[in-house]
Design a protein around this ligand. Structure first.
Ligand code: HEM
Length: 139
């Protein structure tokens, strides 16, 4: 959900002009009405200024202490904000945990070195152009 967020980007059309200020230089710009602004979630989730060794999978990043060290919107796989983004967030998280628990209770998963490496294909949701090959072995 961090490294390869299924919803890798979201967009919004501006209904009124938006004034933004560059943090370091203080330079101000106006983005006109009608502009489609895109939040690049996958870039945010892999940004070196927010994540140390961003490409490394490390569940410890999500301890309460480590979450508190990051800006609130550094991790937004379900979007965020006043409407909270995704209405199915709790359902999706529970579903994923239950399915994953069932899989790892019964099967050993491994990657065969000869299989193609997944090539990211960012469509409406993130896909792989080369498939995702995982081998399963009954425990
Ligand atoms: C891993 C699974 C999921 C991910 C990563 C995900 C991600 C997202 C994101 C990022 C948005 C915001 C889109 C935007 O603002 O442009 C969204 C909206 C939404 N999601 Fe999900 N979602 C997931 C699963 C689900 C499920 C299981 C449901 C329904 C059971 C669901 C229903 C919705 C609905 C209805 C919205 C629109 C909410 C609104 O605009 O008020 N999602 N989702």
């Amino acid at each position: 959900m961090r490294l390869k967020p299924p919803v890798h980007a979201i967009g919004r059309d501006l209904e009124e002009p938006l004034k933004i200020k560059e943090k370091v230089s203080g330079h101000e710009s106006i983005i006109p009405t009608g502009t489609n602004l895109v939040t690049n979630i996958i870039a945010l989730h892999n940004h070196v200024k927010l994540w140390q060794n961003p490409k490394v999978f490390d569940p410890e990043r999500f301890t309460k202490e480590n979450i508190a060290k990051r800006p609130a919107f550094a991790y937004v796989p379900f979007s965020a904000g006043s409407r909270d983004g995704c209405i199915g967030q709790n359902f999706a998280m529970n579903e994923m945990k239950i399915c994953l628990a069932q899989v790892i209770r019964n099967l050993r998963l491994y990657i065969d070195g000869d299989s193609p490496v997944p090539k990211m294909h960012p469509m409406l949701v993130l896909q792989s152009k080369s498939g995702i090959f995982i081998k399963f072995e009954k425990i």
